[in-house]
Write a protein that binds this ligand. Structure first.
Ligand code: ATP
Ligand code: MG
Length: 563
């Protein structure tokens, strides 16, 4: 954390410190807001915006509002609003009583629109969407005035009132600001302020059938709430003149300012709510909180911690230039964090049984295992050992290849925490699968070291057959196998990774695993970081999700393939 305090100021902090110094901040209180549109779940990109807005408020002793930008009634759902709040809280931020909705301002916005009409600064236009586009002009050619631009104030007032009363169908009229059809900035060519939409709104019900547009609603909402620094992503840079136009309408008592920063893009991930919704609706994933989704709900269920994600966005920093951040950096932050906090357990994901023939039949011994070697305070727990154990199938080879140091007939290995064992034989079923490995242990090697000092090259994890629980383990990997999903064919679905979820339904976890609960961070020794699935795990059928591997197997795999 010391690092973050010592890092140089980002450009927004510089602006804020300047504004404070020059007395440009009313009352000296910095007010920011996070303004999600409730049309989907929040994703990792939003974490950057959330951290930025809430941290600035914290750092400068101000406040950050949560504003639900609910101006698009057809797409909104209360489920999204609840999820948004849960996700922000999970990140550790609190908006206190400052929970607002753009729809709170509908009356005020309507009143401002009427005043603009009365002042001759807005008009009702009957151009169709098509025509409006044509009249708007292009980046290189000026637009031209709509024939309705000079409609009388009286007629504009009457038509706008009729629009409000529901007397006109959708698309028949819009209310537009009268600014400048030849402005070099297309957003200033008489932008639409209101459109007709017959939709039930989750908060205002059927009160309205006209809804204000983003470029009108957003700046005025900021002004009403006393936002001092309105921070958004770069794609809104071209909208800044419209923002400044709206906040300088007569009678608006406070003038906020908009600042743009580069959005967070990460390779292998899609971060567009529209595309994520498509994946959900078409069952490419199990829901918005599928552990493969780049949503906050997804990564939480996958076992990422808020601290790791905050560390990640801190490292990425706040800039003015767009770039793509490497997925590996995010996983690096996740691993760093989990290494410090994850409780170590032994789990055998693909078990094969080993019988230790010279071990007494009914004997059970307990070994002490550290919960986390990185954290001396984390304590220890007991692991039961007995004659019948499981090891990973890949930790035994019938015909060992050169350089294989794990178990094979005649070879001695260490069972972590316990004893040295030497394989003496094995049994197979009719299909040629190994069903049982015979071994002998050296009683003198108790604790995992031989008194004569002889060394073994392999150490395997294991669980006792009678003292382990059967569990389902979900091996998650990246949802997309291409760095830039859709780049090759134009369709991101072509880049879905067919191996993004592999279910192992016969895994065995040491008994201590039974105590694990959702939200706890675990490491299965040698296998990776895991967590209890918050949705599907039950006491009689535990389900564990792989959060990430211990090392970046993806990079290794790519290197092997020569990519
Ligand atoms: P999407 O394109 O995924 O639908 P959005 O920008 O439409 O996202 P909003 O709900 O409007 O989503 O975003 C709320 C806030 O989060 C906005 O201020 C927006 O600029 C910011 N934001 C969205 N995506 C990112 C991102 N990838 N990186 C940083 N900030 C983001
Ligand atoms: Mg949006």
């Amino acid at each position: 954390m010391a690092e973050t305090n010592e890092r140089p100021l980002n450009f927004i902090e510089k602006i804020i410190e300047d504004d404070l110094k020059e007395g440009r901040v009313p009352g000296g209180e910095i007010v920011t807001r996070f303004p999600p549109e409730p049309n989907g779940y929040l994703h990792i990109g939003h974490i950057k915006s959330i951290c930025l807005n809430f941290s600035l408020a914290q750092k400068y002793g101000g406040r950050c509002h949560l504003r639900l930008d609910d101006t698009n009634p057809a797409k909104e759902e209360n489920e999204y609003i609840d999820a948004i709040k849960e996700d922000i809280r999970w990140l550790g931020f609190d908006w206190g009583k400052h929970e607002y909705y753009a729809s709170d301002y509908y009356d005020r916005l309507y009143e401002i629109a009427v005043r603009l009409i009365k002042e001759g600064k807005a008009y009702v236009d009957s151009l169709s969407a098509e025509e409006m586009k044509e009249y708007r002009g292009t980046l290189t050619t000026a637009g031209k005035n709509s024939p309705d631009r000079d409609r009388s104030i009286e007629e504009n007032l009457r038509l706008f009132e009729e629009m409000r009363q529901g007397k006109h169908p959708e698309g028949s009229y819009t209310l537009r600001a009268k600014i400048d059809m030849s402005s070099p900035n297309i957003n200033m060519r008489d932008p639409a302020l209101y459109r007709i939409k017959f939709a039930h709104h989750p908060r205002t019900g059927d009160k309205w059938c006209i809804y204000p547009m983003y470029d009108f609603t957003h700046p005025i909402s900021d002004a009403i709430e006393g936002i001092t620094h309105s921070i958004c992503t770069l794609e809104f840079e071209d909208h800044r003149p419209a923002y400044d136009w709206a906040t300088s309408i007569d009678g608006i008592e406070h003038t906020p300012h908009q600042y743009e920063f580069a959005r967070l893009n990460i390779n292998y991930l899609l971060m567009s709510k529209r595309k994520l919704l498509y994946l959900v609706n078409n069952n490419f994933v199990s829901g918005w909180d599928d552990p493969r989704m780049p949503t906050i709900a997804g990564i939480r269920r996958r076992g990422y911690s808020p601290e790791a994600m905050k560390d990640f966005v801190n490292r990425v920093g706040v800039a003015k230039v767009e770039g793509v951040v490497d997925y590996a950096l995010m996983e690096f932050c996740v691993r760093e964090d989990l290494n410090k906090r994850a409780k170590r357990l032994m789990a055998v994901l693909d078990p094969v049984e080993v019988v230790i023939d010279n071990y007494p039949d009914d004997e059970v011994e307990y070994f002490e295992a550290g919960n986390n070697p990185e954290d001396p305070e984390s304590g220890t727990h007991q692991i039961a050992f007995s004659k019948h154990i499981y090891i990973e199938r890949e930790d035994f080879m019938e015909n060992p290849v050169k350089g294989y140091h794990r178990l094979y007939v005649g070879n001695e290995i260490r069972l972590k925490y316990a004893y040295y064992i030497t394989a003496t034989g094995f049994e197979k079923d009719d299909d040629g699968n190994i069903t049982l490995i015979h071994a002998e242990y050296d009683p003198l090697s108790r604790g995992g070291e031989a008194p004569d000092g002889r060394k073994v090259k392999g150490t395997s994890h294991w669980v006792s057959k009678e003292h382990s629980i059967k569990a389902e383990v979900r091996q998650y990997d990246k949802l997309f196998k291409a760095e830039n999903p859709g780049e090759a064919t134009g369709n991101y679905l072509d880049d879905l990774n067919p191996d993004s979820l592999i279910i192992l339904d016969n895994a065995r976890i040491e008994e201590e695993g039974e105590k694990a609960s959702a939200g706890e961070y675990l490491q299965f020794i040698r296998n990776g970081y895991y967590c209890v699935d918050s949705k599907d795990s039950r006491p009689d059928h535990m389900v564990f999700n792989r959060t990430c591997t211990l090392k970046d197997s993806w990079a290794k795999q790519k290197a092997k393939m020569g990519l």
